[in-house]
Structures are given as structure tokens and as C-alpha cells.
Design a protein. Structure first.
Length: 202
């Protein structure tokens, strides 16, 4: 018998603004940083936990951030039918020491991002792009993370700011409002060159 008793895995759920997504918060570090899985192929390659979850017919997307996982369900299922099953699944997976995300995922994502952003921060628009990214990272990200989601700056082009939404914010009806009313308003005030914020679909 193992002399060191592990503390039990505590788990509770939190609503998100997206009716299709629920946040499962644990007392363990699931993944240090952000890992977003929308496709089974990427999950199969990089995340044993996301892959196992996505094998379930009612799971559409899995998003990790530090000590919580946001699960997005398929439209044709009700939370009342699957919420507890998912809670048990997550609890058991963590208790059994299952691997959440494989080593090297952050580097893999970094590489993808830097390839797509290579030209972003150069030239006359580069300074504006950097300013916009800093504002999003400083003011918008923390609030969005509270709701079980994430926002990533993608590009600045001709006054337009392109962003992608992840976790509970992906496909959430209220994220469009947040984007237009909140984020667009703030960026226009702080960076006069910004005319519009556009959500890119990944």
C-alpha cells in the first residue's frame, strides 16, 4: 500500500456564457497554459484526455487552461443527460494520472503561430499590430479566461483586427456581442487606426 495518500481530486462545474460549453474546474494542474482541441486528429496526436473525451458522441471540443477543462457539447444533447457522466470521466481520468497533453504541444503551437504571424509585426502596420495584440493580451484575455475561453490576436490589416475565439467562446452567441460591443469599442478608443474587429473561424 502506498504510504503517501494522494489528496482526492476535487471537481466542480461552472457555467459559461456559451450554453453549449461547460467549465470543469479541478484542484489539480491539468495543463500549464492553453490547449484547444476542435479536431479529433489533433487530439489523437497531442492529447490523450481530449482524444478520450472526443470519442464520446456528445463531445465536440475540449479546451484546457491550467486547472480547468472547458467541454463543448454537440447541439443535440442536453447537459442534464451528460453533465455528471463527464464529471465522472474527468475525475477518474485525473485520479488515474492520465496524461492531459503531451510534451512539445506548446512548441508545436508556437511554431504554427509564428509561421502565420511572420509578416504581422513588420512594416508600418507592425507597430499597430503589436499594440493591438498587447491590449488584447492585457485587458481582454483575463476576462475571457474567467468564462472558460480564450481570444487570440491573428492579424491587423487595413484597419481590421482579426481574432480567433477558443474554448467556451468558440461558437458562443454572446461572444459576438462581446467582440463587437466590448473589444471593438475599446480598441477603437485606444488605437484610432482600428476600424473593426473580425472573428476568424479556425
Amino acid at each position: 500500500m502506498d504510504a503517501v495518500a494522494k489528496s482526492p481530486v476535487m471537481l466542480y462545474t461552472e457555467q459559461t456564457p456559451n450554453p453549449e460549453a461547460l467549465k470543469y474546474v479541478t484542484n489539480r494542474m491539468l495543463y500549464r497554459g492553453i490547449a484547444d482541441f476542435k479536431e479529433k486528429e489533433t487530439a489523437a496526436e497531442w492529447s490523450p484526455m481530449a482524444h478520450s473525451l472526443m470519442e464520446l458522441p456528445y463531445v465536440k471540443g475540449v479546451y484546457f487552461n491550467n486547472n480547468y477543462v472547458t467541454i463543448t457539447k454537440e447541439f443535440n444533447y442536453e447537459w442534464t443527460d451528460i453533465m455528471l457522466k463527464l464529471k465522472e470521466f474527468v475525475k477518474e481520468f485525473v485520479e488515474n494520472g492520465g496524461l492531459t497533453v503531451k510534451e512539445g504541444f506548446a512548441e508545436y503551437m508556437e511554431k504554427l503561430t509564428s509561421e502565420s504571424n511572420a509578416g504581422q509585426f513588420s512594416g508600418e502596420n507592425g507597430e499597430i499590430a503589436r499594440k493591438v495584440k498587447d491590449l488584447i493580451d492585457t485587458y481582454v484575455k483575463p476576462a475571457v479566461e474567467m468564462d472558460g475561453g480564450n481570444i487570440e490576436f491573428k492579424a491587423f490589416d487595413n484597419g481590421r483586427v482579426y481574432v480567433t475565439m477558443q474554448g467556451s467562446c468558440s461558437g458562443c452567441p454572446s461572444s459576438t456581442v462581446t467582440l463587437k460591443a466590448g473589444i471593438e469599442g475599446m480598441l477603437k478608443r485606444m488605437v484610432p487606426e482600428v476600424t473593426e474587429v473580425v472573428q476568424e473561424m479556425e
